[in-house]
Design a protein around this ligand. Structure first.
Ligand code: NAP
Ligand code: FER
Length: 336
């Protein structure tokens, strides 16, 4: 008998989350009622935003309650259906939560075509992170041919796509990431013009200045903190800072001081703009189509880091927050 297994929020973390903040629960697999279908999860996503959902602070969604299934996107297959629009075997993507099974009427789910690309990519380069890179770079950052683009968190799901889209757009690209292997991937395989390891570099500011002699036209910020402070003095005239994420701050219980390097915004007539990928929801089809074309043509490469088994969700999430992933961090719940 298959069992429905799910990971719930057991305690609100203080600082870096630990395994004891999560709990694995089991119950019988539910049956779909009329109009519903049953999804068997195959890949589940762990994403930085989930750290925010664990706090007792309202945002675009109400905070998770203790005992609730962790929020998250997933890809799976229809295992039973009483909904005429979904047939057994269909691949679907949507907000499954951290669980092996889900019964739904289909709201927020879409079918994916496994012949276009591996289904797991619907959570990474062809999913929310890829769309974030596409719209954040081209719309918010307004990257244009000839621009110098700096991206932090460069070897992650969003950052690795940002750099490659920027190359396609004719930009010069500099990445900042947390290991020599990540840097080697960016410059050796993905076509970044330069990259450095912030964990072994003592003077970020000088390094960025050296790598961007004509200044930074677009800074795609995934991390915030000291890395972002160090980019500001190198902004070019009319620069755009697209604030996508601030992961260096997500485990802080007390907000850090800053940002304080904003005098440079005056001198450089620069614009800083935060955004959420959801702002572009009415253009997702366009974004997915272009990303799919680039991936299929080999112009965008991607990597996935897989952990195996629903019980590895907390470890995958904690690992991702600490930089264990190159590319997109995913959990494989069952074989395809
Ligand atoms: P990811 O980059 O695949 O994984 C997170 C990475 O963050 C880790 O691999 C780690 O790599 C890096 N990191 C962790 N702590 C850090 C620190 N103190 N300083 C610098 N880097 C640190 O995750 P993702 O899903 O692509 O998300 C990247 C960023 O985009 C996050 O900030 C996320 O919140 C944001 N995001 C925003 C939106 C939106 O709509 N605005 C949507 C999706 C994602 P290193 O080894 O390099 O440290
Ligand atoms: C993210 C960081 C923050 C993200 C969403 C948010 C989708 C939104 C937070 C909020 O509205 O409180 O990486 O990805």
């Amino acid at each position: 008998m298959p069992t429905h297994r799910r990971v719930v929020l057991a305690a609100r973390p203080s600082g870096v989350p630990t395994e004891s903040d999560f709990r694995l629960e089991e119950s019988p697999v539910p049956d779909p009622a009329d109009g519903e279908f049953l999804i068997e999860s195959v890949y589940l996503s762990v994403d930085p935003y989930m750290r925010g959902r664990m706090r007792d602070v309202a945002s675009y969604a109400a905070p998770l309650q203790l005992g609730e299934v962790m929020t998250g996107g997933g890809v799976g297959r229809v295992a039973a259906s009483r909904n005429p629009r979904y047939a057994v075997g269909d691949w679907v993507e949507g907000m499954t939560g951290w669980q092996t099974h889900l019964v739904t009427r289909g709201a927020g789910f879409r079918k994916i075509d496994p012949t276009l690309a591996p289904p797991s990519t619907a959570l990474g380069v062809l999913g929310m992170p890829g769309l974030t890179a596409y719209f954040g770079l081209l719309e918010v950052g307004a990257a244009r041919a000839g621009d110098t683009v700096v991206v932090s968190g460069a070897a992650g799901a969003v950052g690795s796509a940002v750099g490659q889209i920027a190359k396609i757009a004719g930009c010069r690209v500099v990445g900042i990431a947390g290991s020599d292997d990540k840097v080697a991937w960016l410059t050796g395989d993905l076509g970044f013009d330069a990259a450095f390891n912030y964990k072994t570099e003592s003077d970020y500011r000088a390094r960025i200045r050296d790598l961007c002699p004509s200044g930074v036209d677009v800074y795609f910020d995934n991390v915030g903190g000291p890395i972002s402070d160090a980019v500001m003095p190198s902004l070019a005239q009319g620069a755009r800072v697209a604030v996508c994420g601030q992961i260096s701050q997500y485990n802080n219980e007390q907000a850090e001081q800053g940002p304080r390097q904003w005098f440079h915004l005056i001198v450089k007539r620069a614009r800083v703009e935060g955004f959420l990928v959801f702002d572009f929801a009415n253009r997702y089809d366009e974004g997915r189509e272009r990303l799919t074309g680039w991936v299929r043509a080999g112009r965008i490469q991607y990597r996935e880091h897989f952990e195996d088994g629903i019980e590895r969700m907390p470890a995958a999430f904690i690992g991702m927050l600490g930089g264990a992933n190159t590319g997109k961090m995913l959990v494989r719940v069952r074989p395809e």
